[in-house]
Design a protein around this ligand. Sequence first.
Ligand code: IMP
Ligand code: MG
Length: 178
Amino acid sequence: MHKDIKNILVSEEKLANISKELGKKISEDFKDKTPIFIGLLKGCNPFLSDLLKNITIPCEVDYMRVSSYIGTESKGSITIVNDITTNVKGRDVIIVDDIVDTGRTTSLIKNLFEQRDAKSVTLCCMLDKTEGRVVDVDVKYIGTNVPNEFVVGYGLDYNELYRNLPYIGVLKEKVYNK
Ligand code: IMP
Ligand code: MG
């Protein structure tokens, strides 16, 4: 285990199972469709890579980089740092992100794709931090729940570090208090 990690919450083995099960479920639910997976960078990687290996129906993939902030309105807004190049009008879109915490990012992204006239917008997140929820958002596909602690690994970062860890772990407090 990495020296900065207090404990492992989701093991490599469990992560592999999550991708397998979600991939199977999505493939069944979208049978006879050709959905577009849209990964939210940077955190969606490597979850999306593993998920895609378990998708057995025709599909497309694109990536987007966004940063969300809350304006004076409670709704908040989103800044697109890098947009997708696919036209989503009339298409079934599946948004893939690392974690849903307050729900702001996923909720704003869902609205964005609805405005772009996608036929359907479905959310898929590897982790769900339910205790952090501020905005009510329907995430159809969830890998697993995590407690209200700062987690890193498997795409998730702290100051851009730890994305490369093969598991999800809780960061030691002393790392923040440096
Ligand atoms: P939300 O908009 O509050 O739902 O937050 C979603 C985003 O916040 C995720 O895509 C992550 O980038 C980030 N985030 C939330 N919780 C964590 C965490 O525990 N570790 C790392 N990043 C997190
Ligand atoms: Mg993120």
